[in-house]
Ligand binder design. Structure first.
Ligand code: UD1
Ligand code: UDP
Length: 368
C-alpha cells in the first residue's frame, strides 16, 4: 500500500474525505484504518454514506475510554495493521486521540508520517487536543500546514522547513464540493421550521465546556439571552458527549434553545450557511463559518484558528453571558466580506503531491 489513512472521529472523516477522493482520482493505492473512536451512526456512518466514502479496510472498534486507555489500545491495534500492510506513508488529520495514536504507531515503524492540519496552536496545554497536536507534529515527517501562520508556529518550534508544506485546509475542498449540493438537497430549514437569516446555530461539545456544569450552563444562558433580546431562534444539534452531560448534570436548557440530534454534513452545511450567526466551541465550525461568510462567536477562552479572528469573521468571547451577548452584537454589526484564509480548495492534491504521489506537480503554493 502506498498510503494508509488513519481516522476515527467525525471531523477526521469529513476533512480526510477530499484526500481519499484524491487518492481515488490519482489511482494511488490506499487503505483506511478507522480506530472506532466515534461509532454512533450520527458521528460516523452517516458521513461515509453521504460523502460516498469506501467502507474502511479495518475498523479497530476501540470506542470510548479514558485518554490513555483509549489511545493505548489504538496504538497497539494500529501497529498490528501497519506491520501487515507496510505502507510508504501514514496520514493522520487534526488533533484527536486517534491522531496521536496513529502518529505514535507509525513513527516507530519503517514508514513516513504525514500530519494533515499541522501547526495549529491554542497555546493552552490544558486542552487534550493541544497535547495531541504538538506530539503529532513532532512525530511527523511531512507537516501539511493549512496556513502560513501555522507553518510559522512549526518553524518557531524548530521543525525543519523542508518537512513543512502550506497546503490550505482540506475543509475548503469539502465545503467547495458540497455547499451547492446542500443548498439544493437539504430540507433542514423546513424540517425545523427555520427561516434563512432568522436563526442562530449553536454547537458545544468540547470537554472543557460541557464536562463543567457551570461553564455549560453559563454558555447556554448567554446564547439564550442574546436570542431572547434579538428575537432569533437558536438550533443546537447536540453531540452525544454534550447530550450525556445535559442528562448527568440535569442541566436546565433555556426555552430559547432548541435541541436536536447531530446533523449530517449537508444539513449542517445548510444550517451554517443560512444562520445569521454561529455560536460554537468547535474547531471545524469556526473554519466553516469563516469559509461560508457567516459571523462566528466562539465560546472559548482561546482559539487555534487565529486566522478567523484576523479577518474579522470570529470573536473569542468565553462563556460569560454578558461577553457572549456583547460579542454577538458586535459580530452582527460587522461586514461579512472577509476573504477565506484557508486556501483554494485544492489542499488534498497538494498533500498527495508533497508525498510524491499526486498528479498535481503543477499545483503551485497555496494562495489566500
Ligand atoms: C473527540 C475529540 C475532540 C473532537 C471531537 C469531534 C479527543 C481527545 N477529543 O471528542 O477533539 O473535537 O471528538 O467530535 O480525541 N460518544 C458517543 N458516541 C460516539 C463517540 C462518543 O456516544 O460515537 C460519547 C461517549 O459518551 C464518550 C463521549 O462521547 O464517552 C466522548 O467521546 P470521545 O471520543 O472521548 O471524545 P469527543 O468528545 O467525541
Ligand atoms: N458537523 C456535522 N454535524 C453536526 C455538527 C458538526 O456534520 O451536527 C461537522 C461540521 O460541519 C464540521 C465538523 O463536524 O465539519 C466539526 O466537528 P466537531 O465540531 O465534532 O469537531 P472539531 O472540529 O471541534 O474537532
Amino acid at each position: 500500500t502506498a498510503v494508509t489513512i488513519v481516522l476515527g472521529t467525525r471531523p477526521e472523516i469529513i476533512k480526510l474525505a477530499p484526500v481519499i477522493d484524491a487518492c481515488e482520482r490519482s489511482d494511488v493505492g490506499y487503505s483506511v484504518i478507522h480506530t472506532g473512536q466515534h461509532y454512533s451512526d450520527e458521528l460516523d456512518t452517516v458521513f461515509f454514506d453521504q460523502l460516498e466514502l469506501p467502507t474502511p479496510d479495518h475498523n479497530l472498534g476501540i470506542g470510548s475510554d479514558s485518554h490513555s486507555a483509549q489511545t493505548g489500545a489504538m496504538i497497539g491495534a494500529i501497529e498490528e495493521v501497519l506491520l501487515d500492510e507496510s505502507p510508504d506513508v501514514v496520514l493522520v488529520q487534526g488533533d484527536t486521540n486517534s491522531v496521536l495514536a496513529g502518529s505514535v504507531a507509525a513513527s516507530k515503524l519503517d514508514c513516513e508520517v504525514g500530519h494533515v492540519e499541522a501547526g495549529l496552536r491554542s497555546f493552552d496545554r490544558s486542552m487534550p487536543e493541544e497535547i495531541n497536536r504538538v506530539f503529532a507534529d513532532h512525530a511527523a515527517d511531512h507537516l501539511f500546514a493549512p496556513t502560513e501562520q501555522a507553518a510559522q508556529y512549526l518553524r518557531e518550534e524548530g521543525i525543519p522547513v523542508e518537512r513543512i508544506t502550506v497546503t490550505g485546509n482540506t475543509i475548503v475542498d469539502a465545503v467547495t464540493r458540497y455547499r451547492d449540493l446542500a443548498a439544493e438537497k437539504s430540507q433542514v430549514l423546513d424540517a425545523h421550521d427555520l427561516t434563512a437569516g432568522e436563526f442562530c446555530l449553536l454547537t458545544a461539545h468540547r470537554a472543557e465546556n460541557v464536562d463543567d456544569a457551570e461553564r455549560f450552563s453559563s454558555l447556554l444562558r448567554g446564547v439564550a439571552e442574546f436570542a431572547a433580546r434579538s428575537e432569533l431562534d437558536v438550533i443546537y444539534p447536540v453531540h452525544p458527549r454534550a447530550r450525556d452531560r445535559i442528562d448527568a448534570f440535569d442541566i436546565d436548557v433555556p426555552d430559547e434553545i432548541r435541541l436536536t440530534e447531530a446533523q449530517d454534513f449537508l444539513d449542517f452545511l445548510r444550517l451554517e450557511s443560512t444562520a445569521q450567526l454561529v455560536f460554537t466551541d468547535s474547531g471545524g465550525v469556526q473554519e466553516e463559518a469563516c469559509i461560508l461568510g457567516t459571523p462566528c462567536v466562539t465560546l472559548r477562552d482561546n482559539t487555534e484558528r487565529p486566522e478567523t479572528v484576523a479577518v474579522d469573521a470570529n470573536r473569542i468571547v468565553g462563556v460569560e453571558p454578558a461577553e457572549i451577548v456583547a460579542g454577538a452584537r458586535e459580530a452582527l454589526d460587522t461586514s461579512t466580506d472577509w476573504e477565506n484564509p484557508f486556501g483554494d480548495g485544492r489542499s488534498a492534491e497538494r498533500i498527495l503531491d508533497a508525498v510524491g504521489l499526486g498528479p498535481a506537480a503543477s499545483v503551485e503554493g497555496v494562495t489566500g
